[in-house]
Write a protein that binds this ligand. Structure first.
Ligand SMILES: C[N+](C)(C)CCCC[C@H](N)C(=O)O
Ligand SMILES: O=C(O)CCC(=O)C(=O)O
Length: 364
């Protein structure tokens, strides 16, 4: 290990020599046009060592035993460490967990008008910012057609193609083997629990509804998970750990994915995903019967918090407004309805959502 001392802060840091050699940022090691490493790890000698180390202001100059010479920004080295990552994440204030009263107080931050989005990059940035912060936004002033829904969504994100289509419209016609394609009540859930990678965002636009019912409701999974952790830590831990299979079967399709209901970052313990759909569960065979009592008790505790009136934000989606929400965080559902109702929408890959947020400088 090489002991470094930061000349400004006085902080010291022990560095594994191979890591330092592997993080040489020169144009020979890193393709500065593509940001890709130029070499294979096996091209570097396993026992590569510094033969000379010199501080020059905020730079560290290193001559290596493989005859390479590196020049590092000391700030880069000190910032690229696990403790820094954890402290940056835990000091970040970018997420606002909400219940109904909190989101109602912030509703003005959630509404964006399509003409403004199309003409202003700042508005697009504000939309993505609110989507990161609250997990839900609305695009208003959209003509109620599938084409205009598509145009509005593509103004911000690329769309995700699944077996439902890239853009989809649905009503009570049984186009797919799913309750969404009926008039029935759908309790709070996240979509695609059966995919290896659930859609990151989901957009819904009511194209028309002549009839009653059909209100949507939304619940912030981040708030719910925080509450569960605070009130029932054992249930929280169990739901972070137990593997739950989700499944979707229709003619020509058979999707199954097994993962915990709550996913947290293994490094920082931060919330990543609530993957909760009580309808799309497969046969639950991933824990022994002797542990079922704890699993069901924990799931019930979670579901009771989700059902809590204080959490539910209920609203009628009217033609002209698209709701766009984080499907890894915000649960959605709808009331049963009568009459004729057509919804259109699309999914967005989570990686495309986060990439956009990074490009706009909203997240790191
Ligand atoms: C959104 N769209 C109507 C296309 C499909 C709805 C699928 C709902 C499904 N039970 C799930 O959780 O994924
Ligand atoms: O019909 C709706 O408003 C929502 C349907 C739904 O929950 C879904 O598609 O996942």
């Amino acid at each position: 290990m090489l002991l470094l001392k930061h000349p400004k802060t006085g902080q010291s840091l022990e560095i594994y020599e191979f890591w330092l050699r592997d993080h040489c940022r020169c144009g020979e090691c890193l393709n500065l046009d593509t940001n890709q490493r130029r070499y294979d790890i096996l091209d570097l000698p396993a026992d590569v060592k510094p033969v000379e180390v010199k501080y020059e202001g905020l730079k560290l100059q290193v001559k290596w035993s493989d005859d390479h010479q590196s020049s590092y920004d000391l700030d880069f080295i000190f910032e690229s460490q696990l403790e820094q990552l954890i402290s940056r994440r835990s000091n970040s204030t970018i997420l606002t967990p909400w219940n109904r009263s909190i989101i109602l107080q912030n509703e003005q931050h959630l509404r964006f008008s399509l003409p403004q989005l199309i003409s202003s990059d700042d508005k697009v940035k504000s939309l993505v910012e609110s989507l990161v912060r609250y997990g839900i936004v609305f695009i208003d002033d959209v003509a109620p057609t599938p084409n205009m829904t598509e145009l509005a969504l593509r103004a911000v994100f690329p769309l995700m193609k699944t077996f439902f289509g890239e853009m989809w419209t649905f009503s009570d016609k049984p186009d797919h083997a799913d309750t969404a394609y009926t008039k029935l009540y759908l309790g709070s859930h996240t979509d695609n629990t059966y995919f290896c990678n659930a859609a990151g965002l989901q957009a819904l636009h009511c194209i028309e509804h002549s009839g009653s019912g059909g209100e949507n409701f939304f619940v912030d999974g981040l708030y719910v998970v925080n509450e569960l952790k605070r009130r029932f830590p054992a249930a929280y831990n169990l739901l972070c750990r137990v593997q739950v299979p989700g499944e979707y079967i229709e003619k020509g399709e058979h999707h199954r994915h097994t993962a915990p209901i709550i996913q947290v970052d293994p490094l920082t313990q931060e919330f990543i995903q609530l993957r909760l759909n009580v309808y799309d569960r497969a046969v639950f065979d991933t824990i022994p019967q002797s542990e079922m009592t704890y699993f069901y008790a924990s799931l019930r505790q979670l579901l009771k918090i989700v059902k809590d009136e204080e959490q539910q934000w209920s609203l009628k989606l009217n033609p002209g407004s698209i709701v766009l929400f984080d499907n890894w965080r915000v649960l959605h559902g709808r009331h049963a309805y009568t009459g004729s109702r057509t919804m259109s929408g699309s999914y967005v890959q989570r990686t495309d959502f986060l990439s956009k947020a990074r490009v706009l400088g909203i997240i790191e």
